[in-house]
Each structure stands twice: as C-alpha cells, then as structure tokens.
Write a protein that binds this ligand. Sequence first.
Ligand SMILES: *[C@@H]1O[C@H](CO)[C@@H](O)[C@H](O)[C@H]1NC(C)=O
Ligand SMILES: *[C@@H]1O[C@H](CO)[C@@H](O)[C@H](O)[C@H]1NC(C)=O
Ligand SMILES: *[C@@H]1O[C@H](CO)[C@@H](O)[C@H](O)[C@H]1NC(C)=O
Ligand SMILES: *[C@@H]1O[C@H](CO)[C@@H](O)[C@H](O)[C@H]1NC(C)=O
Length: 427
Amino acid sequence: MEYINVVLFTLLISSGSCHGELNFKTLDTEVGPVVYVNLLFRHGDRTPITVYPKDPYKDISYWPLGLGELTKEGIYHHFVQGSWVGKRYAQLLPKNRRYHQSAIRILSTDVDRTLMSAEAHLAGMFPITEEQKWGGIDWQPIPIHTVPEQLDKVLAVKHPCKKYHYEKEKLKQSAVYKDLMKKLQPLGEYVSKYTGEPFTSLRIFEYLYSILLVEKMNNLTLPEWTESVFPDQLKVLAGYSLAVPTWTPEMKRLRGGPLVKEILENMKKKIAGTLEPPTRNISIYSAHESTVSAFLNTIDAFDFLPPPFASMVLVELRKTAQNDHVVMVLYKNSTDPTIEPYILTVPGCSAACPLNDFEALLKPIIPVDWDLECQHQENVEPALNQRFDSLAIFGFLLFYNFSINLHFRWEFRKTFFNPAKIIILFA
Ligand SMILES: *[C@@H]1O[C@H](CO)[C@@H](O)[C@H](O)[C@H]1NC(C)=O
Ligand SMILES: *[C@@H]1O[C@H](CO)[C@@H](O)[C@H](O)[C@H]1NC(C)=O
Ligand SMILES: *[C@@H]1O[C@H](CO)[C@@H](O)[C@H](O)[C@H]1NC(C)=O
Ligand SMILES: *[C@@H]1O[C@H](CO)[C@@H](O)[C@H](O)[C@H]1NC(C)=O
C-alpha cells in the first residue's frame, strides 16, 4: 500500500499544478533569466522502423528512403524547432546567434535519423552570418558528437544492465502484470490476427501505433480493421508501453537515471564554473521517443502519451533575483512555433524548483555508480508484488469492458487523462 499512496500523492500534486501559475512569456522577469539549458529532443518524422508481416505497405517501394530514416518533413520540423530554440535562447548565444564552439555541445545517439535531426535543428538555430559565409550555400557545418551504440550508457537507453533486466523480469513475472496481459488478451489477439505479429508484450501496441501513424501521415489508406483501435486505443497503450521500461523506482534509476544525472551535473558544473569550457550555456541531446519518455517518466513528469516527432524537453537553469538557482522543465510537444511549451512540475516541488530541492527529490533515481549497480544480483522477493498496484489499476480501468464502444472510449479518455481521478476512483 505504501507505494500506491506515493503514487496517489504525487499524481494529485502533479495534476493540480500541471501548468503552474507561471506564465511562459514572463518567466524571465517572474523567475529570473536562464543561465543554462539542456535540450533533449526526439528525432523528426521518419519512415517506419519496421513493417508488420501482413502490412499492405510492407513493400520497400513504399519507403524509397529506407526504413527508419528521416523524411523531408522531419528535416523541416527540426529546422523549425531549431529556429524557435535559437530565438528563445539568443541571450545564451554569441551575438546574432553566431555559432561558436564555446557556447554549445551537441550529443546524438549513433543513428542516422537522430544525427540528421541534430543537423537540421542546428541549421535552424544558427543562421549563417555575413562573416561566416564561405562561398557556397547558406549553411555551415556544426560538430555533433556521438558514441557507438554498444558504448552508449546515457542516451540510447538500451545498454545491457543485469540488474535492470532482472528488475524488468520481476515486473513481468508479477501477478498484476500477468493479470494485465490477460485482460489485454482479446485486444492482443485481435491485433495479432490482422498483423501476423505474435502478442507477447505491450510492445506490439507501441510498434503498431508508430507504424500506422507514419502510414497515415504519408496519406496511405489504413486497412479497415485498424479503425476500431487506431489511433485512440493504440495511442494510450503505446504511451503505457513507453512507461514500462521505467515503471518502478529501480527501473527508473537504472534506465532513465544516467541522463537525469548528466543533466543535473551540467547545471551544477555551470554554477561551479567547472564545465569544459566554462562558457558553455547549452547542451543538446538528440535521441528517441524511448529516451524522452524514459527521461520524463524517471522524473515523474510523463503524460503517458507517445512523444510526437521532434518533441523537445527543455531543462532550464534560472538565476533568481536573490541569486538562487532554480530548475524548470518545459515540454514542447508541438512543432508549431506559435504553440508555447507546457511547464511541467516534478511532483513534490514547484514549477520553478530550487536546484538543491530538485537534486534531493531525484536522489533515489540517480545511480551513484551505474556499472556497479548493474552487476548487483538478488533473489526475487514475492512481497514486492504490491508495488505494481498502479499497473493493475490501469489494466482494470482500460479492460474492465474491452468492447470497442465510442461512449466507453470517451468516458475512458475523460477519466484517463485525469490521473488524479483514476486514483480517487480506485484508491
Ligand atoms: C553564455 O550566456 C551568457 C549570458 O548568461 C553570455 O553573457 C555569454 O556570452 C554566453 N556564452 C557564450 C559563449 O556565448
Ligand atoms: C498528404 O496529403 C496532404 C493533403 O493533401 C499533403 O499536404 C501532404 O503533403 C501529404 N503528405 C505526404 C507525406 O505526401
Ligand atoms: C503535450 O503535452 C501536454 C502535457 O503533458 C499534454 O497535455 C498534451 O496532450 C500533449 N500533446 C501532444 C500532441 O502530445
Ligand atoms: C461491454 O460493453 C458492451 C457495449 O456497451 C456490452 O454490450 C457488453 O455486454 C459489455 N460486456 C460486459 C462483459 O460487460
């Protein structure tokens, strides 16, 4: 029961102050200017990463760029996001938003679409100045750092970790998870029948949502069987599937923890003057939907919706009039430059959270020595099952009556999108 009380408590807090009392436009005067920003984004629109066995569009001729590659729309959207970022943080950049190595560092996962997204983003962020013209097109090369996937323990969120896989297995073996899978069985079988993909985990819904969304965005007509499940039901399940890798505190610590730790350290080093170089004002991380959802869920600010293409999390360090440092987390999940980002709140703190409080709150999910913690082994304790209660609530709510029924879905949406209400109903 203890865990569920924590969930109840945190959801009540976060839903109450979701948008905060702060106004996005006046943060500089209300809170204080930004002195450092960490930017984590998902790559832009891409072709499907994979197709399903019975996919009418599985022929590669539908995807001339190849699978999982950034499209023209993806390039454009990141260019637009980059211009928005450049304008918003112009005071952190050299005059005229001129690119200079001392102001920024960019890290990308070692994947074509994230590397390309970072390039498009930077082209929008740093319009070439007169003195930077070099005799060709109005574009300049900007360095993007990367780490091979097998060595990436921070951004790719899939580096092998024994303890993590053990924790994940423990979740999957828990009675409530098994019960959830049982409740999902009818939907799983339905989807499995038409896709030709076996139903073994929630991942099938995540993959399918992502494939159908891309096909729809490419103006392909979706098969009739998808109408009852796409987009609404699959979107909700895809969102939950994205939260599963960071479901428990232990999983958060080992999966999302390393990136949260790095971002926190960037800000602390900025204040201490120990960044390399100390003049650096911006860190950019170009990654995936799984990275964005892991980061947000690890700090308990995830909305359980799949992060759209080119969505961005902005972790700002601001300096108040009293010379204190506060952290703000913003989420820009739209590529429309006129749509303001959402101000997220880490449960237990205010939207402008004092850095020390932010660090103290997140301490339990920050690994001290990730490699060492990953080695750790222990035996399964059946008593731990109860901490998965919140998953059971979700399962119950969603599959209480799995019949595809518009009224039900509407009721469900109304309830689902208000987590506090779910908890009140079932606590
Ligand atoms: C970093 O931001 C400060 C303002 O907070 C600015 O004075 C400084 O020039 C910026 N650094 C670089 C390298 O542009
Ligand atoms: C899909 O159709 C819309 C409306 O005709 C068009 O604006 C858009 O460019 C098309 N998208 C693709 C990827 O062809
Ligand atoms: C964007 O994020 C906000 C806050 O989490 C959420 O309410 C909204 O539905 C999201 N929109 C999209 C398109 O994901
Ligand atoms: C589920 O809902 C449908 C439509 O509202 C109804 O016909 C059906 O009997 C319900 N099933 C159960 C098990 O309650």
